[in-house]
Design a protein around this ligand. Structure first.
Ligand SMILES: Cc1cc2nc3c(=O)[nH]c(=O)nc-3n(C[C@H](O)[C@H](O)[C@H](O)COP(=O)(O)OP(=O)(O)OC[C@H]3O[C@@H](n4cnc5c(N)ncnc54)[C@H](O)[C@@H]3O)c2cc1C
Length: 406
């Protein structure tokens, strides 16, 4: 069996190693566009590689995989996060789980992961062809793979595994055109929000540990820490919301109303009671000096300024209308999002090869037997926390098992 794997990334390399171990006589060649294998993995997690998650904080798979929830649920029966951790530890990679449930190599160095996979590729005799950008794949009985560089002769294979990763533009999927597959239009996911408000922007660096962010008029919602930046807002709550709402925001030119609940631990009634208590017991004190517990004094002063309460106003000068508006500020503070900002630590593609094209047990293409897909090239992507790499490991592994069983 001659297997061609397109893309030496997380999914491609993991697939190659697992397949060769199961089927030592199988001829495997990896064709990689770049000059190095696993170049993206080398920069994951800020160079530390957040390779999976302990899953302790995961309440529902849909919150973690906005695209591909059902597929991942099924595939995790073959390789879940625990089995993935066991796999790496068996290879001698010691892992550590942070308080936020993210799992890293104990070396805190992504090169531990890169070097281990590359060493196995070499040792197992898997062909690794760098600087081989695939231009197109044709299927006429067998598969013919054509390269961009005309000096490189096309190659043929019985089985092709496509693991070319995400791409924010449709042109990134041009190589599949001859195969006429459905591609869900790609758009970026995991980005920050631009909010043009100089007073907010001046609060850059302020973090509120426990918030709920949502997009007004939609079901897109996420919880977690929120960071105010000099261009708007970032932090896990915002990144997760951007992931949930990736397509909705793209369709709306990244304009939306963002609602922030700054105090989700308290109900609306409890917040009202807290504010009423200040009116009764701290009437002579300035409103700005008694911030609700999750907020700093500076942040609270900014928030009340948004509803026209000046810093020197006292609690006993607060009327019912102002009180209601303060409750609104704390539970459903509204910001006009105008554009997406960068999140250079991680960005992924929402969209890709439509899941309807794939057999959900093997990831083999329904219309082209012998063609498999794994990783971010498919319409599967996750929020931050090691879940994207987990999808790449799981899918790469599933394809290896499926090809070996065939
Ligand atoms: C800066 C950054 C940090 C990240 N950090 C994390 C993290 O800590 N944890 C986490 O879970 N996720 C993280 N991610 C996301 C994660 O890296 C990806 O989801 C994951 O690498 C996807 O694996 P893959 O194998 O599908 O694609 P990739 O790892 O992107 O590999 C695809 C490979 O295919 C090659 N290729 C593309 N087109 C062609 C072609 N035409 N011909 C030949 N080869 C081609 C590419 O050069 C690349 O090497 C991060 C992403 C970024 C950008």
């Amino acid at each position: 069996m001659r297997v061609a794997i397109i893309g030496a990334g997380a999914a491609g390399c993991f697939c190659a190693v697992n397949l060769k171990r199961r089927l030592p006589k199988c001829e495997i060649d990896i064709y990689e566009a770049g000059a190095k294998p696993l170049a993206k993995v080398a920069i994951t997690g800020g160079g530390r590689c957040n390779l999976t998650n302990s899953w302790e904080g995961v309440k529902s798979l849909g919150q973690v995989y906005p695209r591909g929830e059902r597929l991942m649920k099924r595939l995790f029966h073959q390789l879940d996060h625990q089995q993935t951790m066991d796999w790496w530890e068996k290879e001698g990679v010691r892992l550590v789980t942070q308080d936020d449930h993210c799992v890293f190599p104990a070396s805190q160095d992504a090169m531990t992961i890169v070097n281990l996979l590359t060493a196995n590729i070499k040792r197992l005799g898997i062909g690794l062809h760098l600087s081989h950008r695939v231009a197109s794949i044709e299927h006429n009985g067998e598969y013919t793979i054509n390269f961009n560089d005309e000096k490189l002769k096309p190659v043929t294979a019985d089985t092709v595994v496509l693991t070319t990763g995400g791409h924010p533009k449709e042109s990134g999927f041009d190589m599949l055109k001859p195969l006429e597959l459905a591609i869900v239009p790609p758009v970026p996911s995991l980005f920050t929000f631009c909010i043009h408000d100089p007073a907010l922007n001046a609060l850059q660096g302020v973090v509120v540990e426990d918030t709920v962010a949502s997009i007004a008029g939609t079901k897109f919602k996420a919880e977690g820490p929120l960071l105010i930046t000099h261009w708007g807002m970032s932090g896990p709550a915002i990144l997760k919301t951007s992931s949930q709402a990736a397509r909705h925001l793209a369709d709306n030119a990244y304009k939306a109303n963002l609602l922030v609940d700054w105090w989700p631990a308290m109900s609306q009634d409890e917040v009202t009671a807290f504010l009423n208590k200040q009116v009764k017991t701290n009437g002579a004190k300035q409103v700005s000096t008694i911030a609700p517990p999750p907020l700093t004094h500076r942040h609270w002063t900014y928030l009340i300024s948004r509803i026209g309460i000046i810093e020197t106003k006292r609690w006993n000068e607060i009327g019912k209308k102002d009180l209601n508006r303060m409750v609104q500020l704390l539970k459903a503070d509204t910001y006009a999002v105008d554009g997406k900002g960068q999140f250079k630590d991680e960005f992924v593609t929402c969209g890709g090869v439509a899941l309807s094209e794939l057999d959900p047990n093997t990831l083999e293409c329904r219309s082209h037997p012998g063609l498999y897909f794994a990783g971010e090239v498919t319409d599967v992507d996750a929020v931050t926390g090691g879940f994207n790499l987990q999808a790449a490991w799981t899918m790469g592994y599933v394809v290896a098992q499926a090809v070996a069983s065939k």
